[in-house]
Design a protein around this ligand. Sequence first.
Ligand code: GDP
Length: 445
Amino acid sequence: MTGGQAHRRDRRQTDAQSGLTRDRLYGVAEWRGREFTVVDTAGLDLDGAKDSSRSAIEAQTRIAIDQADVIVLLFDVRQGLTPIDRDIAQMLRKSRARVIVAANKADSHGEAHFAHELLELGFDEPSLVSAQHGLGVGELLDRLLEALPPHQEPSGEDDKADRLAIMGRPNVGKSSLLNALLGDERALVSPTPGTTRDPIDTELVFDGVPVVLIDTAGIRRKSSSRDRLERYSLLRGIHAMERADAVLLVLDASAGVLAQDQHVAGYALDAGKGLVIVVNKIDLVEPAERKPAHWRAALARQFKFAPYAPIATVSAKTREGIGTLLPTALEVVGQRRIKMPPNELNRVLREAFLDHPPPSFKGRRLKLGYGTQAAGEAPTVVMFVNDTGLLHFSYRRYLEKKIRDRFGLIGNPIKLVLRSDEGSRNRPRVSPPGAARRPPPQAGR
Ligand code: GDP
């Protein structure tokens, strides 16, 4: 449970992509090269009369607690503890997650401080922070990193497979689509499923390629009766998405696009996952509306933050378009493995800077030292520049487009990470053609 502001500063890359600011629960943050997902909960109020929206919010918080590795229990340092706070602390002590207590708004010395009271909760010393002024946030993030379990590299047979998460609102046809895909004659459901597989995973071999379909509709079927609200399946679905290479976001051609659809696409972007927008139930619309080109235009505004995502039009019922869906999705996963040779990448970046120099900001201009592809699942380019604060949002878009024009990366977001190279004269600059140098060690994620 973290304060919303705390993960948006300085070295962390939480891209505030335009059009995606409403009502976000999840963000992908990076600190000291480690990526983690931050869930901002609405909090708990174990007390009092509950209407249904209140209990929905609380159930969501409980799911977040279940799924968390680390819980940041945040207080306002100017307010003393209440009995409810103590109840919450007691409940969290029983969870498997590590709990870090933090006291926010620790910025004015004049006001009463209750930090000492927080020790009574039985956790370690609280971290004092001011999210507003950025004080103590770095130290809190360091504690958080220490508390996180070690990063697990994917390993084992199962991980050779391309992993696709089928996501979307209830009733858009996720289960029907899964069945339609399994009905394809090129798809062989694996007779020897891996031993560690999740119950919502279906393993298959498609045209010789091992694939795992992660069926988020299955989450709903397997959840208990108190779990029926739509919101919960979204939260769990997003957890499932984290295991995927690409997301198939299913929409219903006969219904509109809702904010939740945009959120799922936004989470996929933030998490660096591939994305295919699947418009299902095209049997219900006019023939003119059954082609991807129609939907490319119709959805352009709602998904303008993810113009790179291919659009597939299908009917799980009539099987129209089903045959091309997995090939499209597998191409998107394949594009994640593209290697951008350093010389070529630097040529593209240099030309982009020359063709259209960055605008100056308060008399200063972004200067490129060196660009390199970082290791990692999602396509990531690290650029060493004079000042990371000088990259304007529209210039970022421009550079991403130039990289995409050269390397494709269809269906995938490009992460453009900036590092400051000011003051370090011996770091590699742009290498002359034919003399590629190794990226400095900081370039990894
Ligand atoms: P889920 O909740 O997203 O898993 O959706 P389901 O697969 O359970 O489908 C919801 C309803 O939509 C069911 O009544 C399906 O029969 C229907 N449905 C699913 N796909 C299609 C389709 O392509 N065309 C039509 N007309 N109905 C569909």
